[in-house]
Design a protein around this ligand. Structure first.
Ligand code: ZN
Length: 250
């Protein structure tokens, strides 16, 4: 009888332990999402507080803003995924992977307007790469460092967290007249058209040739960034970078 009682108690204890383990697993499983969300909100509010002072502070980029600065010194959180990503309905290069064709809603709308205006002017733009998650950038960066070394990699490939592509506001694009992702694109009609017209749709040429010392990136004529029309027109007309526009060049 004592033995049976012991067995029953053991069973009860074990099932209790399993139940607890499941609860714990569920907790740890769901926690990162919750905490990352909290972290973003918390840091954003910290930034807002800082913006009231005159000294620009390094903090987690405020992703609620169209002019959010993401660069080598202002990195996005590993957990940041824009909540309003959608596929951009434009023509993409045949080699463009199907999982890098999304942008945040406003940027996607703007990109569609940009592509259709170009088409009207006889230029067929081609999307190459839009939103890329942190993990994707991590893979690309690690591979490039392995192949060419860190110095060379840092010129072209953003370290994970420092890529604008993770913001869902950037796009690499080319045109049917030039489909290689290199600075030869700068000599095309499409690039000239982009320089003249992208701001009307809220985009800027993010890494201009004459601003390498500020952006810390080599010339990338194919990389455009959505910042909203007001900021874009100001930036493009005055020949600024986003860093200069925001007054944050650290
Ligand atoms: Zn790019």
């Amino acid at each position: 009888m004592k033995k049976i009682f012991f067995v029953i108690i053991t069973i009860i204890l074990l099932s209790g332990a399993t139940y607890l383990t499941d609860k714990l697993f569920l907790k740890t499983y769901s926690d990162p999402k919750i905490s990352s969300k909290n972290k973003i909100t918390k840091k954003s509010s910290v930034k807002n507080d800082n913006s009231q002072t005159t000294t620009p502070q390094k903090s987690l980029p405020d992703t609620s803003s169209d002019v959010v600065l993401v660069n080598k010194t202002h990195k996005l959180s590993k957990n940041y995924i824009p909540s309003d990503l959608r596929t951009v309905k434009v023509k993409f290069a045949s080699y463009a992977a199907s999982n890098v064709r999304k942008m945040r809603a406003n940027a996607a709308n703007a990109a569609e307007g940009l592509f259709s205006a170009a088409k009207t002017d006889g230029i067929t733009l081609l999307g190459v790469s839009c939103y890329r998650p942190y993990s994707y950038q991590e893979e690309v960066y690690t591979a490039k460092v392995k192949k060419d070394g860190k110095t060379e990699a840092d010129k072209y490939v953003a370290e994970p967290g420092s890529s604008e592509h993770q913001s869902g506001l950037a796009m690499d694009l080319l045109s049917t007249e030039y489909t290689d992702l290199d600075d030869g694109f700068a000599k095309t009609k499409a690039y000239e058209w982009l320089k003249q017209n992208c701001a009307k749709y809220g985009f800027i040429i993010r890494y201009p040739k004459e601003k390498i010392s500020i952006t810390k990136y080599d010339f990338e004529p194919w990389h455009i960034r959505y910042v909203g029309t007001a900021a874009a027109q100001d930036i493009m007309q005055k020949g600024l970078t986003l860093e200069e526009y925001l007054g944050i060049t650290d």
